[in-house]
Design a protein around this ligand. Structure first.
Ligand code: FE
Ligand code: FE
Length: 387
């Protein structure tokens, strides 16, 4: 059996890794390649906001399912304390005594091979499969390979694999569709991995809005965070939604329309309501596309002005907090503030009624979704059940 071990932090596994795995499987005619997420790599500490070991393994499993003769292996994760490759190779030898084993490494790793833990023992346990990104890489590797063959009797195979230029940091920061497999990206989104720090979001929004709007946004964040604590909603999620909810509010009508065209945003409100409502749709899409926010946050931003017939607690909190945060001064705001922290459903209904009244006072007709939502909320419970 021809077996290779491909270790790494895989935080997250990206297309560059998947590409290399495929090249090694084919280049060496392997029976099996094991993607092996490292536990605590001895040479680096993990950055903030990283995936947990179990999540890194999950992502490797997703990637492995998409590749022929590739499996994810938890061997290193199951060991406690720092993991050394030599220990893993020994464990693999025990598990697959008949196998011919390769260790997949990049150029940098092979150049420093003599400084790894127990290089001589490693040379007895495996051959190296070195991934060469280009011709200059190949030359440097060939040179080093000659030395290692002589000094340690280490077997080395060079696999040509044109590099996809990307670093894990870049992948984490951009969550770019061209750097990650869609299935892995889905997992990242669903599990809310690698989201930007709230501080970063605040700074980004501050650049886009007036100081007065920013004061409203920060007030909204504080109010929403209080409500989140009261109703058991995740603090980061609620704060991120509040920070981003008005991020496109300062754009002109023309700029709003340009975004709608660019991102295919379809809206169904008429001219009278456009100026009030469009920033919720463009803000939601900005949160998704620019700030890589997950769907629940995007949805909360989309409904923050109009409300909707069926809302999650997150949507309700943002809807109410936006109306009654500390810088709001309309008559009756204090009652809504109190209600917001004691009765979420009552607060949503009161806020919707107030919104509809505001709009009618301006001589306009409230948006139909707000009216539909209000109608549904006011149905007696048994009637609602009969429907
Ligand atoms: Fe708004
Ligand atoms: Fe707002």
């Amino acid at each position: 059996m021809r077996l290779a071990m491909y270790g790494g932090t895989f935080n997250p596994i990206h297309l560059g890794h998947m590409h290399a795995a495929r090249a090694v499987v084919e280049g060496l005619s392997l029976d099996k390649l094991l993607l092996m997420p490292a536990n605590v790599p001895p040479h680096k500490t993990m950055p903030q906001g990283s995936a947990s070991p179990a999540q890194r393994l999950d992502m490797c499993r997703i990637a492995a399912d998409l590749l022929d003769r590739v499996e994810a292996c938890p061997l290193e994760l199951e060991r406690t304390g720092p993991s050394y490759t030599v220990d893993t190779l020994e464990a693999l030898k025990q598990r697959y005594p008949q196998a011919e084993v390769w260790l997949v490494v990049g150029t940098d790793m092979v150049l420093t091979f003599d400084r790894w833990r127990e290089p001589r023992k490693m040379a007895q346990l495996c051959r190296l499969a070195v991934v060469a990104r280009d011709e200059s890489d190949r030359q440097r590797i060939a040179e080093k390979a000659r030395q290692l063959r002589e000094s340690l009797d280490l077997g080395i195979d060079i696999i040509d694999c044109p590099a996809l230029p990307m670093s894990s940091t870049q992948v984490r920061e951009s969550l770019d569709e061209t750097l990650l497999h869609p299935a892995v990206l889905d997992y990242i989104r669903q599990n809310k991995l690698y989201l930007p720090a709230l501080e970063t979001l605040r700074a980004e929004v501050e650049r886009r809005v007036s100081p007065k709007r920013m004061a409203h946004i920060l007030g909204c964040e504080r109010m929403a965070a209080q409500m989140a604590q009261r109703y058991g909603v995740d603090d980061y999620t609620v704060r991120a939604a509040a920070i981003l909810h008005d991020c496109t509010k300062a754009l002109s009508e023309k700029e709003q329309l340009t975004l709608c065209e660019k991102w295919n945003i379809i809206f169904d409100y008429d001219e009278g309501n456009f100026a009030q409502l469009i920033h919720a749709d463009t803000g939601a899409e900005t949160a998704r596309r620019v700030f890589k926010m997950p769907d629940d946050i995007v949805d909360a931003i989309r409904t923050h002005t109009t409300g909707d017939t069926h809302m999650t607690d997150l949507q309700k909190i943002l809807y109410v907090a936006d109306m009654c945060e500390e810088s709001r001064t309309w008559p009756g705001v204090e009652e809504l503030r109190t209600l917001a922290l004691t009765d979420l459903e009552g607060a949503v209904t009161a806020a919707m009624e107030r919104t509809a009244a505001f709009i009618r006072e301006q001589g306009k007709e409230p948006y139909y979704k707000t009216l539909d939502a209000l109608k549904l909320r006011k149905l007696p419970v048994e009637t609602e059940e009969r429907i």
